[in-house]
Design a protein around this ligand. Sequence first.
Ligand code: EPU
Length: 337
Amino acid sequence: MQIQHNFSLKKYNTFGIEAKAKQFVAVLSEEELKTILENHKSDTKFILGGGSNMLLTQDIDALVIHIDLKGKKVINEDDDFVWIESQAGEVWHEFVLWTIDQNFGGLENMSLIPGNVGTTPVQNIGAYGTEIKDTFISCNAMNISTQELKTFTKDECNFGYRESVFKHEAKDKYVITSVVFKLTKRNHKINTSYGDITKELEKQNVVTPTLKDVSNAVIAIRQSKLPNPKELGNSGSFFKNPIISKEQYEKAHALHPEMPHYVISETEVKVPAGWLIEQAGFKGKRFGDAGIHKNQALVLVNYGNATGQEILNVSKDIQATVLKQFGIAIEAEVNVI
Ligand code: EPU
């Protein structure tokens, strides 16, 4: 374990932003994490996972601890289900592919989401009709101040749409070290309810889809709409889809009858931010090296040398324009540092 100084984080954030950490260390085990936390009690600390959900707008004047704990294992099973514990530093997509290879079902709709396993509970990642909370059992986390390990049950995580306790009460207090999922061994619940998946499977002439077929369909859809961070810096959806009151929706809908929406409850409606941003004229636009992706307006991109501040400015411009045009406030999903 070696602490490095003035360390470039460009390779450690999927936006590919150049920013420096005052100090940087990668920890490979729970013991290393404990030691670092014990030895640096008075230093400001910044916990870094896969770096796929953050926008760095400045250098980090802290000890950056990169969570690189690897390993996955079956911890329990019966005839129908398997309980798998994955360490936080496993790459999410590789983990998903591994579960599919073992014929374990439940994560296939979340194929190709960037990031590491340990950060998936923080924002309850989701895609194509599935969220992490559907298969999540618990996660283990180390208290940053006391180094005690705590298990968070699903209830304690308080999951919501891109929400969890780790964005609120537990924020900056814990480091997630491993996550336990309960997956199916047979009678898989294949979920093709999301329109794009059905269309993609039809295109591929698949009638009775397997886990692998669903995963391949999701990969094909994502590759057609979402930029690969290795080729074009980005952080997936930059904004959340806003959830607004029925009254507010009706007002906006009267002015824009073609506005898509999903009913959330009797009183709330979700509107796709990508649609609002596209209508506001931003899709595919470029401002220097910062831009809005041409196939998915929810995704902001770095064409090479954009600074975090430049991308933040574009995001603010989008928010202000959407608010003015539709009366709807859209909130960033990524963490702006
Ligand atoms: N839309 C547009 N223009 C755009 C993008 C979308 O009009 O540029 C419209 C689409 O036509 C569609 C609606 O918006 O009517 C929804 O689009 P899509 O199905 O692509 O999903 P999304 O709401 O844009 C969400 C997640 C994605 C996830 C997809 C699929 C959020 C913030 N984003 O996007 O998650 O992959 O659904 O489930 O909830 C991520 O979080 O990084 C991410 C990519």
